[in-house]
Ligand binder design. Structure first.
Ligand code: CU
Ligand code: ZN
Length: 189
């Protein structure tokens, strides 16, 4: 082999090696990034609105059949309470009015959770037991944790009364007793 040819082979080998290493680096960087922000899980820490005691956690996790919603609340009045995702992730107002209306990116009517057409945020009702607690899991096929209909950055609201599934556009569920913003789960969650 001539020296010229040897040099050329060495140069090509060096370029190929550099390419492999940069791809490897990019893959590592992606894995680290994907691990920092978990787009398959999110949660909202709900705090009571003014004069209320309701609080707890609602978590969302992507599953094959939809998004699993796990609800753990306390401090509610026993009975039925409307449960929605609202359009603004802002719980700052004393009555949580700052969270706006129901999250409805596809302009549907207000309805029950199992209705064919509903607000994305219509999660139906929760039943608080005699001690004011809710512990329930459900799978919802409409909720999304990514894309244009993502609920990340929106607010989860629990209401004082039952959602009647028919009154537009609120379900006539009364005041807002707890509010929390949906946040993507961090690494290690
Ligand atoms: Cu609501
Ligand atoms: Zn609604």
């Amino acid at each position: 082999m001539s020296t010229l040819r040897q040099n050329r082979v060495l140069t090509l080998a060096a370029i190929a090696l550099a390419a492999v290493f940069s791809l490897f680096g990019a893959a590592i960087a992606y894995i680290v990034y994907a691990d920092e922000v978990n787009d398959a899980r999110a949660s909202a820490a709900l705090a009571p609105t003014q004069g209320q005691q309701a609080k707890g956690t609602v978590t969302f996790e992507k599953k094959p059949a939809g998004v699993e919603v796990s609800v753990q609340l306390e401090g509610l009045t026993p009975g039925t309470h409307g449960f929605h995702v609202h359009e603004k992730g802002d719980c700052s107002a004393p009555d949580a009015a700052s969270a706006g209306g129901h999250f409805n990116p596809t302009s549907q009517p207000h309805a029950a959770r199992d209705a064919p057409a509903r607000h994305d945020g219509d999660l139906g009702n929760l039943e608080a037991d005699a001690s004011g607690k809710v512990q329930v899991k459900l799978i919802d096929s409409k909720l999304k944790l990514d894309g244009p209909e993502s609920i990340l950055g929106k607010a989860v609201i629990v209401h004082e009364k039952a959602d009647d599934y028919t009154t537009q556009p609120t379900g006539n569920a009364g005041g807002r007793v707890a509010c929390g913003v949906v946040k993507a789960a961090a690494k290690g969650y």
